[in-house]
Design a protein around this ligand. Sequence first.
Ligand SMILES: C[S@@+](CC[C@H](N)C(=O)[O-])C[C@H]1O[C@@H](n2cnc3c(N)ncnc32)[C@H](O)[C@@H]1O
Length: 380
Amino acid sequence: MSNPLQDVKQLLASAEGPSRKALLGQLHEIIISIETPEETATRISLYPLQTSAARIGQDLKIFQTLANSGPKSLQELQDITNAHPITLGRLLRYMASVGLIREAAINRFEANKKCQNLAMPEAITILTHFFENCCPLFQEMPAFLRNNNYQDVTDGKATVFQPAYKTDLDTYTWFSHNPEHRSALIKYMAMEQTVRGRWLDEYPIERDTQGWDPKLPVFVDIGGNIGHYCAQFKERFPEVPGRVVLQDLPDTLAHAMPTPGVEAVAHDFFTPQPLKNAKFYHLGWVLHNWNDEKSKQILRQIRSAMTAHSVILINDMILPEAGVPAFPASLDMVMLGACGSRERTMKEWNEIFGDVGLVVKERIMYNRELCHGILGIALA
Ligand SMILES: C[S@@+](CC[C@H](N)C(=O)[O-])C[C@H]1O[C@@H](n2cnc3c(N)ncnc32)[C@H](O)[C@@H]1O
């Protein structure tokens, strides 16, 4: 007799890319469709506890220990973590109850797939960043919006971030005083470039740089963090002539990757762009941190350094008018809470460019599932 669950498992094991995501979505809908109202409300209400437990599990290296060294007794885990046996036992019991690890026998635990996944370095980077830099925003957001009558949130100095982190500072200034949080962001950004770096395969860089003057800047990465895109640009296009320059705030540049041939120059993008007549000025996940007025200020500073050959590469999300997937919609909420800013649709991008005298020359969606796009914009 056929086993439908087994069939679904097999289907999932062989599915890839968008079809895998679609299948996961459908399965999720099936599960939700049989939940009672109490089950839905309870699941959603208690989900933050799973996030906390996952963070504790990573702090105590429980996932790595079980994934890398095999099943362990409570006593063995206590010896490794130095946690009190009662507290540790309760934590492990909770983790097993929500499937973060598996309870193999009384007081004995082993890794399951979730545990193995949570033990991976990329999972640690993702969870650390979202837990430390975003979860307090999610907790504070309802009260903030209620207190502000659900008005449009556009001020990075008066958004959810300030009450959530009990500060008057804007996010990036606060990060500069809180290096652990900044380091979590830097690591997450560096990791993200494995997905977002794909724009370099899609944009016609070689076509547009033929005959470029080697004395002029060819790629200026503004707000380029520790320089992962500059490094990729150099690696991917070693023959492209011209200077490759990383710009960011001094605190971030202090952690810059040393890449031969890449210059690191401290620059505040609200001040005049010192590098004139570059081919590409790249803004990766920069404008989504700023409201429309601030975004226009940043673009104007670049515009005044451009010539007819220059192109600003906007590497940001381009949301569809409807049906925005969960991850881009979630990041939009993070932008609201962290920066009083937003992810944008093409219409919203065009309004900004039009006001600054810029026009879109190239538009490439390099990951539709995540709404990642790159826009080449030039003087109008
Ligand atoms: C969200 S991160 C994006 C990093 C990188 N461009 C990427 O795509 O992965 C925003 C970057 O803007 C930088 N930044 C914030 N304010 C800045 C300012 N006023 N001038 C220059 N860089 C700034 C931050 O240090 C950070 O590296």
